[in-house]
Ligand binder design. Structure first.
Ligand code: ZN
Length: 545
């Protein structure tokens, strides 16, 4: 190459994720691409008079991480509002709400989220607690899992929700024995209040996305699927992609309105073509097929066990199986990638059947459809993923025995079902492609935390804890592949990213420790020093505010 490399990276182990050359000592870059991968001597030989050097002090260089399912727009929005994500317990939440209300005397609605169910008895927060700190203005706070909302009495009053209000389809108003609402709204019951919230401005959405991008780049994440993108948010993404402020690769998942039919596809096709701007793509549609087991809204084959009068039922299929089939067949025919939220064994099965119908109707193509969450997978269905070329997009961080699992989930699933949760190893062994995802802001966006749980089935903050179904643990190489080339595949970015190979984009992450170093207590202890997108520094530890 004339004049030598633009940049060479030395001083760290290079973990390429390329099976033909898994390890190297140095990487050479130019024109935004990877131009050479090899031993230090081989790469040094390509040095020219103007070659810059990134001389790392140990650690490792990997392909940058990719997230196959997060909620970057909402997460950024929370970071700009009343954000409870890093807090624990009722008193901390109430202090934060009070402080936010005091600091923002002119906002009409106190809006935010990030609370966790373990902070409340039965996982159910109450309006009167919020009333103590904000009696006069409505408060609407989303659960960190996005499946419920905590509201105060003023919000209930404005929405006209009282003991006579029926539960809306696909939702449940939590009630006291006399029928009066308690302040927790499950699933689509949220919308009774959410519909009253003032709309978020375009400017706020753009600020939210940039805030998320800043955070994700600091964690080495340079590409993601934003799993719930409404047209206004898509417009904000598009503006940022056009201006070049969106540096990361984003697959915006257009949101399937379950109350509408296939008539919504024409608009989606239009928005897909309008949104192919810069690093943005919108050729994916997200369908939500069920809820979550903690509030008994995940669709299960056998009923939830009742404990102390709580539980029972088989959850919700948000789309009737026939409607789901019709939607997936039509979206597949239009060339969309379909991304389905399916947690319970029944929702997973309904979704697999819909994808079977799509193959029957439309034949096979390079669709890369994926199901996400897959918490309660029937072992009998594992093989169907491979047979249908479906990707399993899993949240590895969830596969530990945290409080939500031990207190709210296991008692209602019972032993047999509880013992087959998050079956990552079974999927991998069956030859199913795995992609990793965080579901941020529901849980941490940090891929290294997820990688560690994938291999230990233990929370990195509780390393002495009992591993959760350790037989389903992945080996570290498989976990690293899932969060790089696996997620790149489902993001349709594997031609240009996901491995360190000559010709690919120089989207790289440098860690201060080699995550495969046996002396490291766990991969989560490694920290991101540097994130590159197309060879340019997008994050540098210490240099960014
Ligand atoms: Zn999600």
């Amino acid at each position: 190459m004339v004049g030598g490399l633009e940049t060479l990276i030395t001083g760290a182990a290079v973990i390429t994720m390329d099976p033909l050359r898994p390890r190297a000592e140095a990487v050479g870059l130019g024109g935004g691409r990877i131009l050479a991968v090899g031993t230090r001597d081989e790469i040094e030989a390509l040095r020219g008079p103007r070659t810059a050097e990134i001389a790392l002090d140990g650690g490792a260089v990997l392909p940058a991480f990719q997230d196959a399912h997060n909620h970057a727009c909402f997460a950024g929005r929370y970071r700009l509002t009343c954000d409870l994500h890093d807090l624990h317990g009722l008193e901390e939440y109430l202090d934060a709400v009070a402080a936010y209300a005091t600091a923002n005397p002119d906002v009409e609605w106190i809006y935010g989220g990030g609370w966790g169910m373990p902070a409340f008895p039965g996982g159910l927060p109450r309006a009167e607690d919020l009333d103590r700190v904000v009696p006069d203005r409505p408060v609407y706070l989303m659960n960190s899992d996005l499946h419920g909302a905590w509201v105060n009495s003023r919000a209930l009053e404005l929405a006209g929700i009282d003991r006579d209000t029926p539960d809306p389809p696909g939702g449940r108003i939590e009630r006291d024995p006399d029928g009066s609402p308690t302040g927790t709204l499950h699933e689509w019951a949220r919308d009774l209040v959410a519909a009253l919230l003032p709309p978020t401005s375009d400017e706020t959405w753009r600020a939210a996305i940039l805030e998320s991008q800043r955070h994700l780049l600091s964690l080495g994440v340079t590409a993601w699927q934003d799993a719930w993108v409404e047209p206004d948010v898509l417009a904000a993404y598009r503006a940022l992609a056009a201006s070049g402020e969106l540096r990361a690769h984003v697959v915006a998942c257009q949101w399937w309105e379950r109350t509408r039919g296939t008539d919504q596809i024409a608009g989606m096709v239009e928005r897909r073509s309008a949104s192919s701007v810069g690093t943005l793509r919108a050729g994916t549609v997200k369908i939500m097929q069920d809820g979550v087991p903690e509030n008994f809204t995940a669709a299960v084959v056998e009923p939830y066990l009742e404990v102390g009068g709580v539980g029972g039922g088989t959850g919700f299929s948000f789309n009737r199986p026939s409607a789901l089939r019709e939607a997936i067949v039509a979206l597949d025919a239009e060339g969309f990638q379909v991304h389905v939220h399916a947690i319970g064994d029944r929702a997973i099965r309904e979704t697999l059947e819909a994808f079977e119908a799509a193959v029957d109707a439309n034949g096979r193509r390079d669709a890369r459809h994926h199901l996400t969450h897959l918490q309660l997978l029937d072992p009998a269905d594992v093989g169907r993923f491979r047979a249908l070329d479906l990707v399993a997009t899993v949240q590895p961080y969830w596969a530990s025995a945290d409080e939500q699992m031990t207190e709210l989930t296991i008692p209602h699933l019972g032993d047999e079902r509880s013992g087959r949760q998050y079956a990552f190893r079974s999927l991998h062994d069956a030859g199913v492609r795995l992609a990793f995802a965080s579901d941020w802001a529901i849980t941490t966006a940090d891929p290294l935390m997820g990688i560690e749980v994938a291999v230990t089935r233990t929370d990195p903050e509780d390393r002495g804890g009992e591993p959760f179904i350790p037989g389903e643990a992945l080996d570290l190489g498989t976990a690293l592949a899932a969060v790089t080339i696996g997620s790149a595949y489902v993001n349709h970015l594997d031609d240009t990213t996901g491995t360190i190979e000559v010709g690919k984009d120089a989207d790289l992450v440098a860690l201060d420790h080699d995550p495969t170093d046996p002396d490291l207590a766990g991969p989560a202890d490694a920290r991101v020093d540097l994130t590159l997108i197309a060879g340019e520094v997008a994050y540098e530890r210490g240099a960014n505010p």
